[in-house]
Design a protein around this ligand. Sequence first.
Ligand SMILES: [Zn+2]
Length: 292
Amino acid sequence: MPPPHTFQVGSLRCHLLWAGLQRLDGGAMFGVVPKPLWEKRIAPDARNRIPLAMRPMLVEHPAGLVLVDTGLGDKEDAKFREIYGIENAGDPGPTPLEDALRSLGHQPADVRWVINTHLHFDHAGGNTLRDDAGGVRLGYPDATYLVQRNELEYARHTNERTRASYLPHNFEPVDAAGRWRLLEGDGEVLPGISVRLTPGHVPWHQSILVRDGGETLCFLGDLVPTIHHLPLPWIMGYDVEPLRTLESKRALLAEAGRDGWLLAFEHDPEVGLARAGVEGGRMVAAPVPVPA
Ligand SMILES: [Zn+2]
């Protein structure tokens, strides 16, 4: 299991945490980009699947630990895990995410805030976990959970195209426990931590900005799932509104390049963090290695 990737945003210590792997169809991950182009970046397996990380972020904030996204969790059955090529068994677990938290000296009960970019199963699956009686419990029993109000509504009103990604046991128990704080649009949710709507993958997707001491980090979520998705037309086939993704990327990445942001890639199996900049009028990003 890759160790946490720890870095500073001003006075705020942040960690990218390993929550396991999944494998998704490479063609679906790169949309209209022809295979001869994308397979040079990430090699597919015999079933045309590519490995994708699940990599939530922990922020050590004066208001308490903040966890951005929660990986897949432990509630899905063997058939599901086979279809999506899930590798996320923990030791002692239940998943590598809880192990990573413990490696930093924290327990799940220490997490005070959970922010979901959106409610797809690979981003919100760890919001809840299996309990000993075969039911479902909160993965972070003392946390307040934050998501866009409209994303929760969207997750509750699925259609044939969106249904497979939204599993009610990942978000309804949070509601039953009265733990949602539902957000409406952009804004600061804690000092130095804000959310920004970046629609396209789903209509109410949000990216998370951490700002302190003149530094800015953007946790992109599924707006730019891997470093290979930085070119504007490299957009996932999964996105429900790809032309909105295009405009969300155009605006956010221009700002990131101009202001030299750090960028966190939730699904890239190799590169968790990169530094944005501009070269020859083009936005570029240089991987930031895990400190030795
Ligand atoms: Zn998603």
